[in-house]
Design a protein around this ligand. Sequence first.
Ligand code: GAF
Length: 403
Amino acid sequence: EENKMSTVVDNSQVLSGLTDRFVAIFGDERGISYFFSPGRINLIGEHTDYNGGYVFPASITIGTTGLARLRDDHKVRLYSENFPEIGIIEFDLADSGVKDGNSWSNYVKGMITVLKEAGYKIDSGFEFLIQGEIPTASGLSSSASLELLVGVTLNDLFKLNVPRLELVQLGQKTENEFIGVNSGILDQFAIGFGEVKKAILLDCNTLKYEMVPVELRDYDIVIMNTNKPRALAESKYNERFSETREALKRLQTKLPITALAELSNAEFDANVDLINDTMLIKRARHAVYENNRTKIAKKAFVSGDLTKFGDLLNASHASLKDDYEVTGIELDTLAETAQKQPGTLGARMTGAGFGGCAIVLVAHDRVAAFEKAVGDIYEKTVGYPASFYVAQIGSGATKLDVN
Ligand code: GAF
């Protein structure tokens, strides 16, 4: 299962270019293995994962590629095509637990550390060259993409046989304990379990999930990138985490619940007085309403009612803007301008927010006109351009079959 290979994307040119780079950096071409890990979009179910609720993500064909080879000593040597100015990063396997500033090598060190803690044997060094296509800080989860890339790579190099769910959970553990963001399991799960042309309805409380075919008829999913540098996003994310935990604690003084997502909207409304704080009520209301909205949205999606699904995307954005307050002028301009364009069904921010990307469902033959119209208004309002990409839903993190 874990070693299943995939040849879904024709990336042979990219891979042969990266092979040349690997040879230029690390010497020769013997024994290289190839890996790919996607980014993700979340269709709906935002900031619900760490509140025990539903999410509805899909892995995309934009991602991170890795080339790796074992060494017969204990040196780990890393190189990223995205940071040529840094050059080779080298450390001894024994020093994997030592964090290195904000370096991308922390994702490698973190995964080595959590795998070892879980009892897996990583007993030699390796060489690892990566190239990421996911714009950083874009809300498309470049960090979880890297965590799972390292996960599938180490799993294969050291023949660890880590069950897929455990690999996903170790990715989250790296993010929580090594990087220091209290994120839920949305990103790592979407990237670990993604499949071509399928979305995942995941119950983050039980980790039960369902693969849902993505049938958009003549609509495309367009990703709209604010290109806003995501300042303070991590501390604000952790703040929302604490706010919803505090609201839960106050509700628990009377209600026998373990997570906000256990409540219906009506049950929540009837008990807001227990929270007794306007801001905390708004935060918790988003978590509860968004979770219930996600269940309805998934039903609409499966039944082919894309109009209703689009309306729920719009409602999700409004809630993230007004109650959860994680949008800002850039995401609001993109999502709200997109919602008004002819041929669109709905639009919302995707991921953590505070900048990053929004998604929109646009009729295929209107995409070009859409991008022009929204792009012009965005640049006029914000002062710099947005970027647009049509999303393709691709496979999860995997070893690549390269001849
Ligand atoms: C980020 C986090 F990493 C996820 O766990 C999730 O909470 C998301 O923000 C918001 O839905 O991507």
